[in-house]
Design a protein around this ligand. Structure first.
Ligand code: NI
Length: 166
């Protein structure tokens, strides 16, 4: 699996809902997790590897030895808190770039799990931020779309330079 680096129009597309959860979806989610761990990420969305499907994997465990993987099919935020929090965000599609992003601090998330069951859970802290960041990817948005145009342009310029080297 190859992670697409911004700027790339493939990262600005809206991903499609997954209608049938079959073995290919399950194994794709496992491959996404593997790819995320290999790159030391805490979240990965399918469009980042060129697949426009509403699939996300995250693992915000702060202990490297204890894995807490979450596989989300068609994740959808049903409630956002009024309270906000700020995290310094990064993204595997924006290597070595970081910026502080303000988002609601708590969310209620509806998603389908790998057994095909619809789940609804509340998340807070880093997990809430990470999930919002990943769902943004499914809607063609990046974390730099939440910061000032000036800061965004600086980051995009750096990435363009970086892409010329690789
Ligand atoms: Ni990202």
């Amino acid at each position: 699996m190859q992670i697409i680096v911004a700027p790339d129009s493939r990262l600005n597309q809206i991903s499609k809902k997954v209608e049938i959860i079959d073995d290919s979806i399950i194994s794709f989610l496992d491959q996404m997790l593997e790819c995320m761990y290999q790159n030391n990420g805490i979240g990965l969305a399918a469009p980042q590897v060129g697949i426009l499907k509403r699939l996300v994997v995250i693992d915000c465990s702060d202990n490297k030895d204890i894995k807490k993987p979450l596989k989300l099919i068609n994740p959808e935020i049903t409630e956002l808190s009024k309270n906000i929090s700020e995290f310094e965000e990064g993204c595997l599609s924006l290597p070595s770039q970081y910026a502080k992003v303000i988002r609601p601090s708590k969310i209620t998330l509806k998603y389908t799990n790998t057994e095909g069951l619809i789940c609804e859970n509340k998340f807070s802290g880093l997990e809430a931020t990470c999930i919002q960041h990943e769902i943004d990817h499914l809607d063609g948005k990046l974390f730099v779309d939440h910061i000032s145009k000036l800061k965004k342009n600086i980051i995009i310029k750096k990435l363009k330079k970086f892409k010329k080297k690789i």
